[in-house]
Write a protein of this length. Sequence first.
Length: 258
Amino acid sequence: MVTRKSAAEIELMRRAGRIVAEVLALVESELKPGVTTGQLDALAERHIRRSGAVPSFKGYLGNRRYGGGPLAFPGSVCVSIDDEVVHGIPGERVIRQGQIVSIDAGAIWHGWHGDAARTFIVGEAGPQAARLVTTTRLALMAGIQAAVPGGYLEEIGGAVEDVARAEGFDIVRQFVGHGIGTDMHEEPQVPNYRTGHRGQKLQPGICLAIEPMLTVGRADVETRPDGWTVVTRDRSLAAHFEHTIAVTDHGPEILTTV
Ligand code: MG
């Protein structure tokens, strides 16, 4: 069931979203060669808890649709490097110059979720990596712009797909965006491509996490033996951007912003 959130509920999601955006900005400021993914995770968790929120990923149990193994996710953020697409587990791994690093963060504020991700370039990356990261960000923004009241879900995926295809990048299909509210993953699923069905009508109060994942090579993915980390089968680079948005009378509003 797709639920429509009230103005008061969206305000709570805005608070959750602001904390998530602050986490991403904080991690960006500390994302340098030599730092470990576990150090970034600790920074993120501290900020979330000091803000009075709860990290939504920590202890999250995987499921068939949104991935994950039999073990609860141990971190407060996902850190996915280079050919890792999503759900990288933070730990001892050391960040290196030239890597592209996706940070995905989630926070719960008074029972309401915010969920966002950005891919950062550590120092300087090659032109193809830079173009992948830029294109994935622009694909997300195009998807958000399509989230207008009276529109349909298919238009979001179509907008993302057009931006990705124009630059020759492939789109991960195994993982998709989602409705969001009192649960991190609610109905509807939000594909990053056209399905051939117009899908859910977009009405004010519908809140979505839109999250394109694009790859330089083929977008076939597999999960590492850790049960979580999703990588491209051909080990090509992947990028991932995500915002939580609300469909409002005036158009889409990004909730995961400061
Ligand atoms: Mg998400």
